[in-house]
Design a binder for this molecule. Sequence first.
Ligand SMILES: Cc1cc2nc3c(=O)[nH]c(=O)nc-3n(C[C@H](O)[C@H](O)[C@H](O)COP(=O)(O)O)c2cc1C
Length: 196
Amino acid sequence: MRVFLGITGASGAPYAARLLAALSCSCSEVGVCASSAGLEVLATELYGDARLSRDETVERFLEHARGGSVTVYDPQDWRAPYASGSAKVDAYVICPCSMGTLGTVASGAMQNLIHRAASVALKEGRKLVLMPRETPLSAIHLRNMLTLREAGATILFLAPGFYHGAETVDDLVDFVVARCLDQLGIDHALTRRWGQ
Ligand SMILES: Cc1cc2nc3c(=O)[nH]c(=O)nc-3n(C[C@H](O)[C@H](O)[C@H](O)COP(=O)(O)O)c2cc1C
């Protein structure tokens, strides 16, 4: 399975790290692209240093990978396979997804590889999972999400449930990442399933 993982500047870096670990275990290839705000959030939330350099942030983030083939792309790399519908890609995920990226993709504009990959997924009718985080939500945010849902995207809000006996923050992160893996059809044992 070949999966694109876009990381943008919404709060939720631990979800992205856990998702990279799970995808790199299960997929033959993972393409990662982080916006500059996405890198700032990774540096702030995972490493406690908003001023960490781009290279160091990427290097440390890749330590979350658990094997497989993981390639990092620059946000302006229009030659990346994920920039074209002619490349075979099974699924696209943006986690976390900022309201800025959500609005750009909903408008059809493409300012970086993350927007372009999401747009390719929609035009090709492929799986696109958007994992937004913001609160409260304006009418504009809500309309953009509806637009994207109607265009075929899955909106998987970064909102963990508390009914599965979570004891740690990691349990809450796993809850959301498990829902994403379910959407991608990837087997996992991150959480107990309801009724089991
Ligand atoms: C630490 C930090 C946390 C942020 N949290 C959010 C958030 O939860 N949701 C959101 O939509 N934007 C958030 N932002 C603002 C976005 O990063 C900003 O709008 C940025 O332009 C998004 O660009 P991108 O979509 O290209 O990554 C945050 C920014 C920083 C630095």
